[in-house]
Structures are given as structure tokens and as C-alpha cells.
Design a protein around this ligand. Structure first.
Ligand SMILES: Cc1cc2nc3c(=O)[nH]c(=O)nc-3n(C[C@H](O)[C@H](O)[C@H](O)COP(=O)(O)OP(=O)(O)OC[C@H]3O[C@@H](n4cnc5c(N)ncnc54)[C@H](O)[C@@H]3O)c2cc1C
Length: 377
């Protein structure tokens, strides 16, 4: 029996791999009432551009017909010695192989407040709450200008029909994906679309109708949202003997420190890498499913990359954009591109804002000598 805990993108990928063959010995323990559903598309739902049914559609019946056993409950503990999982109703489920796909939850700043309560976006019910909160609001503020923060800001701007302010404690937005120049360029385009970035100071407290920053600025606000990172949901692995750091440590077979127990997606950490992104969830889940079923597959992770789209502005960041000897910049109207080269003129990373025309070519060029004539400017 293979048991999977969690019903997000990673467990969906694991199921599709396991059910390539006919089999009837898989159990899925699902904590959320819906799902699996495409979590990255929640901002589009907030915006109103996709319907709720995209998230509530039943993706499990086709597997249930092939023998999948679905249990709608929370797993509360794992006994690795007896190879069993306990559910919230105390029922025990035995496994031969276990896949932990519990994902992550939104981090909160937990600041003192005089009235404003921040909302976070992680689940469909969070999205429903945010939609209700946006009604008749004209001064929305999002804390955090990372990938999710900007997507959320764009969705809220559409929903409220007003400008939106985004507070970022770092000196520039998308600090994980962009460098200073490309982020300033992105910021300029976002401003034109109604998204104002307030940088360089973190919120200190929330008032009745404003956000107080550490540097003393007071930002008017009638609806507050936080997007300040995620915390891997790994409580279930604690005190079991399964080694953890920020998330559950896995090896190149997606196996944890305990034999026959695998971890995938946002709940897993491989060689210190715990990106909280879809590409990592899909690959760790593919490998865990094959190996839980007796295979010997290894992770094949691509160079870190981020495909970005905020308010219709396309962008990307691939490879290493921090360590380089030379940079080639191309700027033209609403388009900015930078290619980062090592001492041997090989491409180590690239960012672009305003266009993704060169993304696939740049990806193929990584670690090779740059040939500008192949790129489209
Ligand atoms: C708004 C938003 C936008 C995003 N945009 C992007 C993007 O553009 N690009 C990108 O690469 N990534 C994006 N991400 C991140 C991406 O969604 C995650 O990396 C991905 O969902 C991780 O999948 P997962 O299956 O590991 O975890 P999750 O999707 O978090 O699923 C885990 C599931 O397990 C359940 N669970 C947890 N504990 C238990 C338990 N004890 N028992 C039973 N069930 C349990 C949870 O309820 C949940 O349903 C975005 C995320 C959000 C929230």
C-alpha cells in the first residue's frame, strides 16, 4: 500500500505517475475539502477572470475508479517503526511506502493591530474571503513584493477597481528573482498599471486605517493583505525520526532519512533547495511516485527559473543572476533584458522584463558561450 498525505499539485503529479499502471493499493489522505487544484491560479479567481469551478472540479474519481482510496481527513501522526499513519479520528492506516505532500502555509507577520486584519492567499477559502473583503475598498495595501505579492496586488487592484500599494522591506521588488536595474524597470511599468511600490522599510504596526512603517511613514489602507513567504507544513514529520531543516530533507531519490518515506513539493528540501515552486513539486513528486513503487529514479532539477506575469507585464529570471563577470543589457521602450556572463563569456543567467521572446533560447544557451545573433531584440 502506498499512502500519500496531502492533496496539492505534488500529490496530483504523484497520482498521475502511479496510475499510469493499473493498481488498487494507493490511499490519498486529503485535508482540504477541494483539490487537487491549481493553487497558482487563485489570483486569477480573485480578479474574476476564471470561475470557481476550476478549483472545485473533481480530479480524483478517475483514479478512484482504478482503485484509489480517498480519505477526507487530516493525518495527525506517523509511526515509522510500525509503518502507519494516524488520522484525526484516531484511525490508523498502514503503508509500505509513504509520500508526504503536505505543502506549505502562508507566513504571517503577526504585528500589533489597532483594527486592520491582514488576509493571506493560500487556499480557495482564502480567495473567497479576499473577494468579500475587496468590496467597496479603495485603498488596498499588500505587504510583500515577491512573486505572489505582486500577483495578489494585481488581482486586488482589478477587484477593487483602484490603485494598490505594495510595501517591500527590501530595497527593490522581486528581490529573489530580479537585480536592482531590472526591478526598477519593472517597478516603472507596474506604476503605469496602477501598482505603487513602497520600498526600503517594513511595517511596524497596523492601525485602524493605515499601515505604520518602521521608518515612520504612515500608509493609508482600508483593506490589508500580507504575502511574506510560506512555511513548509511539516509538523507531521517532527518527532518521528524523519530528518528536517526548513522542510523535510530528501535525497536524490526524493526519499527522507527514513526508508520508504518520501517527501515532495513545498514540504521537501533537497540539498538546501526548498523553492516553494511548481517545477520542484512536479519533479520531486514524479521521482517519489516511481521510487515508492519500486523504481530507482533520480531527481533531474533544472536551473532555477521564474516565469513572471503581473498585470499583463511578462518577465522571467533564469539561472544565476548574482555571480558573473560581465553583463550585457538591452533596453528598448517597454522592454529590458540582461544577460549575465562568466569569465569565459558563457551565459550563467538572464532576466527580462516586458517580453519573454528570448526565454527558451536563453535557457538553451545556459552554460554555453553567448551568441547574441540567435536572440531576438
Ligand atoms: C497564490 C499563489 C500563487 C502561486 N504562484 C506560483 C507561480 O506562479 N509559480 C510557481 O512555480 N509556484 C507558484 N505558487 C506556489 C505553488 O502553488 C506551490 O509550490 C505548490 O502548490 C506546492 O504544491 P504542494 O502539492 O507541495 O503543496 P500544496 O499545494 O500546499 O498542497 C498541500 C496539500 O496538503 C494538505 N495537507 C497539509 N497537511 C495535511 C495533513 N496533515 N493531512 C492531510 N492533508 C494535509 C493541504 O491542505 C493542501 O491541500 C503559488 C502559490 C500560491 C498560493
Amino acid at each position: 500500500m502506498i499512502v500519500i498525505i496531502g492533496n496539492g499539485i505534488a500529490s496530483e503529479r504523484a497520482l498521475s505517475e502511479l496510475f499510469k499502471k493499473e493498481r488498487g493499493d494507493v490511499t490519498l489522505i486529503k485535508g482540504e475539502p477541494y483539490g487537487p487544484y491549481p493553487r497558482p491560479r487563485l489570483p486569477e479567481y480573485v480578479k474574476g477572470s476564471v470561475s470557481r469551478s476550476l478549483f472545485t472540479e473533481d480530479k480524483l474519481t478517475k483514479y478512484a475508479e482504478k482503485g484509489l482510496n480517498v480519505i477526507a481527513s487530516n493525518a495527525t501522526s506517523i509511526d515509522v517503526r510500525n509503518k502507519s499513519v494516524t488520522l484525526s479520528d484516531k484511525k490508523e492506516i498502514s503503508y509500505d511506502a509513504l509520500i508526504i505532500a503536505t505543502g506549505s502555509r502562508a507566513r504571517n507577520l503577526s504585528l500589533p493591530t489597532d483594527g486592520l486584519v491582514p488576509h493571506t492567499l493560500r487556499t480557495l477559502s482564502d480567495a473567497d474571503e479576499i473577494i468579500a473583503t475587496c468590496e467597496n475598498k479603495k485603498n488596498p495595501v499588500v505587504v510583500g513584493a515577491g512573486l505572489l505579492g505582486l500577483e495578489l496586488a494585481s488581482a486586488i487592484k482589478e477587484k477593487c477597481g483602484s490603485r494598490v500599494s505594495v510595501i517591500e522591506s527590501a530595497e527593490h521588488l522581486l528581490p529573489r528573482q530580479l537585480d536592482e536595474k531590472s526591478s526598477l524597470f519593472f517597478e516603472k511599468l507596474l506604476k503605469e498599471k496602477g501598482i505603487d511600490i513602497i520600498k526600503g522599510s517594513a511595517p511596524k504596526a497596523y492601525g485602524k486605517d493605515s499601515v505604520l512603517l518602521e521608518d515612520g511613514r504612515d500608509i493609508s489602507c482600508d483593506a490589508l493583505f500580507e504575502s511574506v513567504g510560506v512555511i513548509p507544513d511539516i509538523e507531521i514529520a517532527k518527532n518521528t525520526g524523519i530528518a528536517t531543516e526548513r522542510a523535510i530533507i530528501i535525497d536524490s531519490h526524493a526519499m527522507t532519512s527514513v526508508k520508504d518515506v518520501y517527501a515532495v513539493g513545498d514540504a521537501a528540501s533537497y540539498s538546501g533547495l526548498c523553492p516553494g515552486l511548481v517545477y520542484f513539486a512536479l519533479e520531486t513528486a514524479r521521482v517519489a511516485a516511481i521510487n515508492a513503487d519500486g523504481g530507482a529514479e533520480e531527481l533531474k532539477l533544472m536551473a532555477p527559473s521564474a516565469v513572471i506575469e503581473v498585470s499583463g507585464i511578462p518577465a522571467y529570471s533564469i539561472g544565476d543572476i548574482r555571480t558573473h563577470s560581465d553583463v550585457k543589457i538591452h533596453e528598448n521602450g517597454n522592454r529590458y533584458e540582461a544577460l549575465y556572463l562568466d569569465g569565459e563569456k558563457r551565459l550563467v543567467g538572464s532576466v527580462a522584463v516586458g517580453s519573454r521572446a528570448n526565454m527558451l533560447k536563453a535557457q538553451k544557451m545556459l552554460k554555453k558561450e553567448v551568441d547574441l545573433s540567435l536572440l531576438d531584440f
